[in-house]
Design a protein around this ligand. Structure first.
Ligand code: SAH
Ligand code: F3S
Length: 463
């Protein structure tokens, strides 16, 4: 912000949920900064507070409701604060927010984010409280202003047409809407020109991309179009659906050197009957066959996944099938969830809900197995050197830097110099469930130029 333009006040933004929400939050921050508000970490004194919310599981809802309670107190001391709730929970609860929480002034759904500045100003002028959850303005924003200097998220599609029976996303994010291929490609090229070296393509179901475009396109078209983009070192995407992972997409990924082996591929369950009731459109054998074909094509493949335990009707035997699939697929990492019934979804209406104690017992057993596998997989890399994109200082230990390998694993290493945004070669010393602790061997001294670490001691010049 130029010095001539004084800040009108501060805003506090709290983001819940997935990458898509983080992306949307970038847009909200950008809009508030255009209004000349500056970010603050202090929710009590902020002039504008925004909660960008998630409703994927009941505990996501509860977190937001709980935090809103605290804001009642803040508002008592800071009565001019404007409190806005945006995103998926806002879409789901709508008007109810205003009725339930007197401290909330603005509710904006997933399709109305660009209305935030206008509505905030109207509240400030004393025009009332507002709810906007209409499915309009489905345009892709080019305004996102990611703060991250080395990595950018680029939306390729919004919404989802899969209607998995456990999932609320299609209800709150709407139908699949793909962004034109040329727009995706030009945005990726723009962010790369601006210095971003890693791009994460975002969509609820990225490999269903383009089915709604005329002429039709597919996810492979994006990967092919981005091949050879100068400066694009790492290409990631989130999340693909196993049933839409065609051989042509696998081939396109294998053929693009920027493709990172760390791929997130949600499986949800390892039992065919449960998969069918979840409406996932693949069997466990088809999933494992896909994994084998991906491994053959992408040699550094390192899969992570999402798994739900205790979907309605899931028996112990069916849960055992999930454990068996986990043993065979050998995921590097898994996000594991206890099924949470979501209002309006078919799963919520199934009468054979699994008791909470059974779900949490299964979740613990699954986590224990997956943790063992993650450590075993990670140990195989001990002693090897991997390439890390440095993300910044470790929050727990400021003497360390932290970053990710192409495999997606988190890696910490000691280093005094701040190498944020640079690539480093790190030798893995010790493997953990979450990733690695390593030792810096070499790093880029400038973009694309490598130097060995530690640098040779300089010889004092004697006059
Ligand atoms: N396609 C999205 C999925 C979003 S939901 C994506 O891009 O990742 C993220 C994960 O939450 C899902 O893969 C699923 O494992 C889990 N999930 C979704 N609905 C759930 C529910 N009702 N209960 C428990 N977990 C759920
Ligand atoms: Fe949800 Fe299934 Fe779409 S998990 S986001 S309905 S692919």
């Amino acid at each position: 912000m130029s010095e001539a333009v004084r800040s009108l006040g501060t805003y506090y933004l709290q983001t819940y949920g997935c990458q898509m929400n983080e992306y949307d939050s970038e847009l909200i921050s950008w809009m508030l900064e255009q209004m000349h508000y500056a970010p603050t970490d202090d929710p009590a004194t902020a002039d504008i507070a925004v909660f960008n919310t998630c409703c994927i599981r009941d505990n996501a809802d509860q977190k937001v409701y709980g935090r809103l309670g605290e804001f009642k107190g803040f508002k008592r001391d800071n009565p001019n604060q404007v409190l806005a709730v945006s995103g998926c929970l806002a879409q789901k609860d709508g008007e109810e927010f205003l009725q339930r929480f007197s401290q909330v002034d603005v509710v904006v759904g997933t399709h109305n984010l660009t209305e935030v500045p206008d509505l905030v100003q109207r509240v400030q002028r004393g025009e009332g409280r507002f709810v906007r959850v209409e499915r309009v303005g489905d345009s892709f924003s080019l305004l996102a202003n990611p703060r991250n200097t080395h990595s950018a998220m680029v939306t390729i599609s919004m919404g989802c047409d899969q209607w998995c029976t456990f999932c609320i996303v299609p209800y709150v994010r709407g139908k699949l809407k793909s962004r034109p291929l040329e727009q995706v490609v030009s945005e990726v090229k723009r962010v790369v020109r601006e210095g971003r070296r890693e791009v994460m393509l975002l969509g609820q179901n990225v490999n269903d991309y383009g089915r709604d475009l005329t002429p039709k396109k597919d996810f492979g078209d994006i990967i092919r179009a981005l091949k050879g983009t100068p400066g694009l070192d790492r290409l990631r995407f989130m999340s693909p659906h196993p049933a839409y992972f065609t051989q042509s997409v696998i081939d396109a990924l294998a053929d693009n050197p920027a493709t990172c082996g760390g791929i997130h591929l949600p499986v949800q369950s390892g039992d065919d009957e449960v998969l069918k009731r979840m409406r996932r459109k693949y069997t466990s054998a088809e999933f494992l066959d896909l994994v084998a074909r991906m491994r053959a094509a992408i040699p550094d493949l390192s899969l992570s996944t999402d798994i739900i335990v205790g979907f309605p009707g899931e028996t112990e035997e069916q849960f055992q099938n999930t454990l068996e699939l986990v043993r065979q697929a050998r995921f590097r990492n898994a996000f594991m969830f206890s099924y949470s019934p979501r209002p309006g979804t078919p799963g919520n209406l199934f009468t054979d809900q699994v008791p909470e104690e059974v779900k949490s017992d299964r979740l613990q057993r699954l986590i224990a197995l997956q943790n063992e596998i993650a450590v075993e997989e990670n140990r195989m890399l001990e002693g090897q050197t991997i390439e890390i994109m440095v993300e910044g200082r470790s929050k727990k230990d400021a003497t360390r830097l932290t970053g990710r390998g192409r495999c997606g694993r988190l890696t910490h290493f000691q280093c005094e110099e701040d190498l944020t945004g640079r690539l480093a070669r790190v030798r893995i010393q010790k493997a953990f469930v979450w990733g690695f602790q390593g030792e810096l061997e070499a790093c880029e001294s400038r973009l694309g130029e490598w130097s060995l670490v530690p640098p040779a001691p300089s010889i004092p010049v004697v006059a």
